[in-house]
Write a protein that binds this ligand. Structure first.
Ligand code: G6P
Length: 579
């Protein structure tokens, strides 16, 4: 979704902003723009890819702001792209979030003679500031903020000044504090090239940055904010010789898995409230919801603690049992549905946790306890290493609560993940790539893994794919089976194996071609499969996690074969900050 960047220092702000916007590309966007002060305000806006327009930007000045837009109010177009200026062209604003009362504000502003050029909600902001601005930009911005209903992170610049005024309510905003330079951004990634010292602005904060330094206000009062250190490295956000970020991130999984196990082990003391819970509710979206379902299976089967997963967007319709533990799971920590679910849980008196990959993200400010996954920055829209990190976190939580019941499985995953990454999926790609529908099936832990496999496939290859509990196929989806409908099955030795084999036979009897991910040496599964992908001989729990990596690779290679935009699939955003 929208991303913002601002720079004030000694470098050319337009260049820093363009680089920063490239770092935020992963969030998803359809148009972008920047504005600088030198000393007039100059604006550049464009639709489409940032990289295509890089050489067309000639704005001068060492103070500037930039924005990637993911259309909400008004079609993607140059006119609707940020930054927006006031009637005089002397004030420029970029904005993330939604101004819910913009229509009424716009009507009033029009009555007072202001002219609007776009269909966006954002454009009311520079016009409101224009009415209050008499030379002190901070004061003008602070006067109009109470008029805005909804969520925002805004950056404002004005002609003839060398300052950026920023404000945050409900949308993320980070201030990087470098040596004689400052970088604002929606997350830490655009900041990494300049400094690792950051301040995570809080709701209600207004920051004023000038060459003399920065001051943060709550209302009229200056406040101190902790300077944190970004743990990520600038090298983490480069492709490093890989064809796609997704492939690079998949190959990071062995390290990420171990790092996250350690992160949870270090936080073992925080888990007692989960251990003592009568029941646990997990709220999440997308891939995080699939990882959470793995957790629910493990919690129920290994720890005997009733655990349910509720899609974050549906949580408000579920009453939370009193004193329940609610865990919000989100790679970014900024997903609006998940944030709003956790807020509701807190209001209802739940004990709140979050599992997230981003230090200082919004969820960490709401949850009483934060558990960090250590996946490092994930750029590809399709989540891979962040999924594996979440699974690692959940396995270690269960391992600690159960007194070591998953120790063997964790060790097996650590040992065999590299082997799983090297599996050969080429024949499977040939079998699935021309299909218009794919079904993914598994039982027990393999069921959420199948859902995640199907999600990966549809996200990046655009082939319609659904994950099913294998036992459910006969209750409807069987009607879809034909030789044109390949089925991808996870079938590993263990408790689910015998009945899975029966399911594979039923599917075969209905002519559907089968890709089976099984255990090396399983002659029966190999015989029934059209394409058999063998995994090393490990426990069932470890095996399904290895299978999830194979399914990622299958989706990746299929998408590459079909020539889609793997890292930035159409219509999707990595960080979905609207409900
Ligand atoms: C978006 C992304 C998905 C992701 C989901 C939840 O829809 O495209 O890949 O799984 O958000 O994201 P989160 O950051 O909350 O884990």
């Amino acid at each position: 979704m929208c991303g913002i960047v601002g720079y004030l220092g000694y470098r050319q702000a337009a260049e820093v902003c363009m680089e920063g916007l490239l770092r935020l590309e992963y969030r998803g966007y359809d148009s972008f723009g920047i504005a600088t002060v030198s000393p007039e305000i100059a604006v550049f806006k464009e639709t489409g890819k940032i990289s295509a327009a890089k050489d067309a930007v000639h704005l001068k000045g060492t103070c500037g702001i930039g924005h990637t837009r993911w259309a909400t109010h008004g079609v993607p177009s140059r006119t609707n792209a940020h930054p927006f200026t006031d009637c005089t062209g002397k004030i420029a604003v970029v904005h993330n979030g939604i101004i819910e009362n913009y229509a009424a504000l716009k009507r009033d502003l029009e009555k007072r003679g202001h002219t609007f050029v776009s269909e966006t909600d954002t454009e009311v902001i520079p016009h409101l500031i224009e009415e209050k601005y008499t030379g002190n930009l901070r004061e003008a911005v602070s006067k109009i903020l109470p008029l805005l209903e909804g969520a925002y992170a805004i950056l404002v610049i004005a002609e003839g000044t060398e300052e950026i005024v920023a404000a945050r309510k409900g949308s993320p905003l980070v201030l990087g504090v470098g040596d004689r330079e400052y970088v604002f951004a929606s997350d830490g990634l655009p900041i990494l090239d300049y400094t690792r010292k950051v301040i995570y602005l809080e709701d209600g904060d207004l920051a004023e940055v000038t060459p003399a330094g920065y001051t943060i206000y709550q209302g009229k009062k200056p406040v101190e904010r902790k300077v944190a250190t970004l743990e990520w490295d600038a090298a983490d956000v480069r492709k490093g010789g890989f064809a796609h970020y997704m492939l690079k991130e998949m190959y990071e999984q062995p390290e990420v898995f171990s790092n996250t196990i350690n992160s949870i082990t270090e936080n073992a003391a925080a888990l007692c409230r989960i251990r003592e819970a009568r029941s646990v509710t997990v709220v999440a979206c997308g891939t995080s919801a699939n990882a959470s379902t793995v957790f629910a299976y493990l919690m129920e089967s290994v720890c005997g603690i009733p655990t349910r997963v509720v899609l974050a967007s549906e949580f408000k319709y579920f009453p939370t049992p009193k004193n329940d533990v609610v865990i919000a799971v989100s790679q970014s920590g900024e997903t609006a549905d998940t944030i709003s679910a956790l807020k509701i849980a807190k209001e209802r008196g739940a004990k709140t946790f979050c599992v997230t990959n981003v230090l200082g993200s919004s969820l960490t400010r709401i949850a009483e306890t934060t558990l960090y996954t250590r996946a490092g920055p994930e750029v590809s829209v399709a989540a891979t290493k962040s999924f594996t990190a979440q699974v690692a976190a959940f396995m270690e939580i269960v391992n600690i609560i159960s007194g070591g019941m998953l120790k063997k499985a964790v060790a097996e995953i650590q040992r065999y993940l590299p082997e799983a990454l090297d599996c050969d999926v080429e024949s499977a790609v040939e079998l699935v790539k021309d299909a218009s529908t794919l079904l993914y099936v598994g039982r027990g832990l393999s069921y959420p893994i199948s859902m995640e496999g199907a999600l990966k496939m549809k996200e990046i290859s655009y082939i319609h794919a659904e994950g099913y509990a294998a036992g459910e196929l006969k209750h409807g989806p069987f009607a879809l089976l034909s030789k044109e409908t390949p089925v991808v099955a996870v079938c590993l030795p263990g408790s689910t194996y015998p009945v899975m084999m029966s399911n594979l036979k039923e599917i075969k009897a209905r002519s559907a071609p089968e890709v089976v991910i099984g255990c090396v040496g399983d002659i029966d599964a190999e015989e029934i499969a059209d394409v058999f992908i063998p995994l090393p001989k490990v426990s069932e729990t470890a095996g399904v996690i290895l299978a999830s990596v194979v399914l990622q690779m299958l989706a990746y290679k299929t998408a590459v074969a079909l020539g889609t935009d793997v890292d930035m699939p159409r219509n999707l955003a990595k960080s979905v900050t609207v409900e």
